[in-house]
Design a protein around this ligand. Structure first.
Ligand SMILES: NC(=O)c1ccc[n+]([C@@H]2O[C@H](COP(=O)([O-])OP(=O)(O)OC[C@H]3O[C@@H](n4cnc5c(N)ncnc54)[C@H](OP(=O)(O)O)[C@@H]3O)[C@@H](O)[C@H]2O)c1
Length: 288
């Protein structure tokens, strides 16, 4: 398993981690992933999988890079302390490696939230601060209110058929030593990718490399500088397959072919702003 540096930290993390949203597999399956080098588990208080992850890491806590997330309705100072304590308890650990803000919350001043995150670092409850679903502007603003820390990562959707992160965000992360954690790297299963691959280039590249289509799709993500991916898989077979998406690289020609032939969505800045306005309005109305 190849590793990448986490943000600007003196620490590396596996380029394939284990997602746990809607995870329905066994403890043994995730343990297999850890054995194969995917020593990086992603969860969130909103997933309802933290207690389960606590079981998975029992006895091997210090071998695993553990990432979880606080939900946006908990971004007030006191609420975030409570949320972190609940997560620590559910995970049965005394520190979280990467604590992420799950979505931006425009109704709570980011200064207050980030102040609380820095306090959690001071207390040794969390090691690194991350964000998720933050636009470029939201990421820059969040970094600007931190006093002693740097944002280590931004977790966003990134895959062969949704390349919105390439509209400014990915390049900024690469230039500013922020890890981009690609979620839904398989586009939630391979169907959407196959549907958008009329020329069948995934199959062609898989045959050329002797890998599977899912491995090609994951390798396409992690071939980018500063990008790691966290696929979710319930079965041992899929977990093994995903772990073996590391340790090799697609050629530039293969990447160019995938880029050219697979149809993808790339939300422009205007669409991203409209979506943000809609989300902020719902948050002000207390709907999300
Ligand atoms: N920050 C956020 O807002 C956010 C949002 C979404 C997701 N995430 C994180 O990202 C993780 C992954 O994203 P995701 O669950 O949305 O989607 P994903 O990883 O792109 O896709 C998961 C789906 O792909 C299937 N799959 C896994 N490995 C496969 C393989 N080798 N071949 C074929 N199919 C395979 C899984 O089936 P099986 O389970 O049956 O193997 C499952 O149906 C989540 O678990 C979560 O940790 C974060």
């Amino acid at each position: 398993m190849l590793h990448k540096r986490l943000g600007a930290a003196e620490l590396t993390i596996p380029e394939i981690g284990l997602g746990t949203w809607q995870y329905r597999g066994s403890v043994q399956a995730l343990r297999k992933g850890i054995e194969l080098g995917a020593r990086f588990i992603d969860t969130a208080e909103a997933y309802g999988t933290e207690s389960f992850v606590g079981e998975v890491i029992r006895g091997i806590r210090n071998q695993v890079f553990l990432a979880t997330k606080a939900s946006p309705w908990n971004f007030r100072r006191e609420d975030i302390y409570h949320a972190a304590n609940r997560s620590l308890q559910a995970l049965k650990t005394d520190y979280i490696d990467l604590y992420q803000l799950h979505w931006p919350n425009s109704t709570i001043p980011i200064e207050e939230t980030m102040g609380a995150m820095e306090e959690l670092v001071n207390q040794g409850k969390i090691r690194f601060i991350g964000v998720s679903n933050f636009s470029l502007g939201e990421l820059q603003r969040a970094q600007s209110v931190l006093h002693r820390s740097r944002i280590a990562s931004n977790q966003v959707r990134y895959n062969l058929v949704d390349r919105s992160a390439e509209v400014g965000l990915l390049e900024y992360c690469q230039q500013n030593k922020i890890t981009l954690i690609a979620y839904s790297p398989l586009a939630r299963g391979m169907h959407a990718m196959r549907k958008n691959d009329p020329a069948g280039v995934l199959r062609t590249v898989a045959a050329e490399t002797g890998r599977t289509e899912a491995q090609v799709a994951l390798n396409w993500c992690i071939a980018r500088d500063s990008v790691v991916a966290i696929p979710k898989a319930d079965s041992v077979e899929h977990i093994e397959e995903n772990c073996r998406a590391s340790d090799w690289r697609l050629t530039q020609e293969q990447i160019a072919l995938l880029n050219k032939e697979i149809r993808y969505r790339q939300r422009g800045r205007v669409e991203a702003v409209l979506r943000r306005v809609a989300r902020n309005t719902l948050q002000r109305l207390g709907r999300v």
